[in-house]
Design a protein around this ligand. Sequence first.
Ligand code: GLN
Length: 200
Amino acid sequence: VVRIGVLELQGDFLEHRAMLKQCGNDIQPISVKGKQDLDNIDGLVIPGGESTTMGRLLAEFDMLETIRELGLQGLPIFGTCAGCILLAKDIVGRPTQTKLGLMNITVDRNAYGPQTESFETQVYSPRFKEKPLRAVLIRAPTIVQVGSGVQILACKGSEKEPILVQQGNLLASTFHPELTEDTRIHLHFLDIVKAYTSLQ
Ligand code: GLN
């Protein structure tokens, strides 16, 4: 059994749980609501939602440092949208926002505009080439800078904006694969989990 923690403080965690269940009978989503829930997991998903709220709750419940430590030790972590913002080292114009800061990327929050500017687009990725990805972007951030050790797995449109990036055990998307029927991104995360658990 592969135990995947889903951070359930706020945001669209139910959709992630449903998606993980679709990925295989051996996948067990674990509800992470407090520090003790982080003890025995093989990977962690940080959902979409509101990154300032989630960051504040993580600090309030004394989970921020623990998750940061686990990430540094190699725990696979997958953040979507707000989760991606929390994983980023830098947030444009918000140097003091509470975050994990594990990934060598800079994000610009709400760069596409307000909630009403949310949209969907087809994305062609050489990594997921059987068919295009359906990228659902809801008040999404953009990844404006990618540093060393970060691999770009998918880019949006002719602008070539990175929307899916990986840095070793860490995976982040500005879009919401959990809101589609396409399990490929979650399966990719589970491959990372398998690779890292076999190292331990
Ligand atoms: N704009 C939100 C934030 O800053 C993220 C939106 C989302 O996760 N769909 O946290």
